[in-house]
Design a protein around this ligand. Structure first.
Ligand SMILES: Cc1cc2nc3c(=O)[nH]c(=O)nc-3n(C[C@H](O)[C@H](O)[C@H](O)COP(=O)(O)OP(=O)(O)OC[C@H]3O[C@@H](n4cnc5c(N)ncnc54)[C@H](O)[C@@H]3O)c2cc1C
Ligand code: FES
Ligand code: FES
Length: 487
């Protein structure tokens, strides 16, 4: 649907009547004449279309810049925000990032190079470690058909060492990057604030709940990282509700105290926010180690938890984690709000308890700390969808018995499952080979997978058992061996 939009593009204010549902990639290439942003896969996999997106940070205290796949980004998402493309970075000529790619022969046909340059520029711009591992991880969402990656890895490592002393504080770091030509100084001067949005609904801009839906429909959008893969060319007339853009819905807060305390995650909370959150890490110590198993950095920066749940994929990774953390959902629409356990949200394959205009507004997690483990079997370790995934959480009482055991599993039925029989086999028992072997057998009995391209039904059952054994080994190191569990 045509909407007034106001945003900054490569430092300059843009005010347009734009199709809010149109992928930014198409607008950049076809209407703004910025063809440096390339179209590769059009489904978030290749990173050729990356640009930098400036938005308010989670705390609402300042601006953060993330790399974003513009094939999965609605033009309407830009209202009140800022975008920098590879042309904006280049300014008058090649930057140190582009020179590093050149020096290391990391560009051959060059198709992927703008996206790689954006990802590495983001690595220098963003908060976080600046070591070699982080540099290489920053290009995990970029595919290259020519170079074999070694040269891109060398360029990434060279940049991490050349820029090792960058200041931590954002304004000073931005100034340092401008002084060294990573970002043109005139552009850097515009990167610390955002323009006022044109939409009447404020920075969120989502139409109020209720009201008449526009012609073409009004799907809620978190990051669009599932929705745009299924709707690569959305019909003109759609008017998405930009749930993920609404700062009011991007919050992580602890509510209540004592045993009833919960951590509330708003619908705008991204996968990256979740793993970075101190409150989430306090509930499930070590959970951040599983972040790399989910998508790529640029997807995690925009994908929301609520979108992962609402999409109702049987193999959604965050959903498996949230199930094991005993999550509850607050669904909210024109007729009011209601709360239900996440396990009751899934009614059948891709069928959920969402009705009418309701959205998942909040995800609630009990705040009490739990031991937590997540496992995912996929063809590739990184950037792949699971064939089977599972999470397990529990507490251990003063006598050493497992309490409050929750086991989840995906890819073994039409919906993400909470495995109650497997959990019952562990509940109240001390960790032992016998207890975990019973849980593995119980899990096999309570799932009914289908065979498809990612694996046969029997394969999935066997893999689930092995992943439960992996939970046992992670949660109770030294207590038993893989051979004992799998004998
Ligand atoms: C390259 C790539 C790799 C991926 N890898 C993984 C992976 O490893 N693991 C994994 O689990 N997923 C993966 N995904 C899938 C996707 O990124 C996640 O499911 C993500 O969390 C979806 O969130 P979103 O905000 O982008 O959802 P969206 O695309 O915005 O929405 C998904 C669906 O939910 C609805 N919706 C969104 N928000 C709400 C809400 N608040 N209330 C009600 N309905 C809502 C939308 O209308 C839509 O139908 C990957 C996707 C891509 C493109
Ligand atoms: S075109 Fe491949 S990620 Fe967008
Ligand atoms: S250089 Fe050709 S795809 Fe990367």
């Amino acid at each position: 649907m045509l909407k007034s939009l106001r945003f900054r593009l490569n430092g300059k204010l843009v005010e347009i009547e734009g199709r809010e549902e149109q992928p930014v990639l198409d607008w950049l290439r076809e209407e703004a004449g910025l063809t440096g942003t390339r179209e590769g896969c059009r489904e978030g996999d290749c990173g050729a279309c990356l640009a930098l997106l400036g938005r308010r940070n989670l705390e609402g205290t300042g601006i953060e810049w993330v790399s974003a796949a513009t094939c999965l980004l609605a033009l309407g998402e830009l209202d009140g925000r800022a975008l920098v493309t590879v042309e904006g970075l280049a300014g008058e000529g090649p930057t140190p990032v582009m020179k590093a790619l050149h020096v290391e022969n990391a560009s051959q046909c060059g198709f992927c190079s703008p996206g790689v340059a954006v990802a590495l520029s983001h690595f220098l711009l963003a908060e976080g470690p600046r070591d070699e591992a982080a540099a290489v991880a920053s290009v995990e969402g970029n595919l290259c058909r020519c170079t074999g990656y070694a040269s891109i890895g060398r360029a990434a490592r060279a940049l991490s060492s050349d820029f090792s002393g960058l200041p931590l504080d954002f304004p000073t770091r931005l100034a340092a990057l401008a002084a060294r030509g990573v970002i043109p100084p005139a552009l850097a001067a515009t990167m610390q604030d955002l323009p006022e949005p044109a939409s009447a609904g404020g920075p969120g801009g989502s139409p109020p709940l209720g009201g008449s839906p526009p012609l073409g429909g009004s799907p809620p959008l978190g990051g669009g990282t599932d929705w745009y893969v299924r709707n690569t060319d959305p019909a003109p007339g759609l008017s998405p509700r930009f749930v993920g853009r609404d700062p009011e819905l991007r919050f992580i807060e602890t509510r209540g105290s004592g045993e009833g305390a919960t951590v509330a995650l708003g619908a705008g909370v991204t996968v990256a926010d979740f793993f970075a959150s101190k409150a989430v890490r306090a509930i499930a110590p070590g959970i951040e180690r599983f972040e790399v198993l989910v998508a790529s950095p640029h997807i995690r920066a925009r994908a929301t938890l609520a979108g992962n749940v609402a999409n109702a994929s049987p193999v959604a990774d965050l959903t498996a984690m949230l199930l094991a953390l005993d999550a509850r959902l607050v669904l909210s629409g024109a007729s009011g709000a209601r709360e239900l356990p996440l396990a009751d949200f899934f009614l059948g394959y891709k069928k959920t308890a969402l009705d009418g205009d309701a959205i998942i507004e909040t995800i609630l997690l009990p705040a009490a700390p739990r031991a937590f483990s997540f496992e995912k079997a996929a063809r590739r370790e990184r950037l792949d969808i699971a064939a089977v995934n599972t999470a397990l959480s529990l507490a251990v009482d003063s006598g050493g018995a497992m309490r409050g055991v929750i086991v989840s599993a995906g890819g073994v039925g039409p919906v993400p499952l909470r495995l109650r029989k497997a959990a019952a086999a562990l509940e109240g028992r001390k960790p032992s080979v016998a207890a975990f072997r019973e849980a593995m057998l119980a899990a096999r009995d309570e799932v009914a997978p289908i065979s498809d391209v990612r694996g046969s039904a029997e394969f999935r059952k066997r893999v689930l058992g092995r992943l439960l054994a992996a939970h046992a080994l992670r949660l109770f190191p030294g207590a038993f061996t893989a051979e004992e569990l799998l004998a």
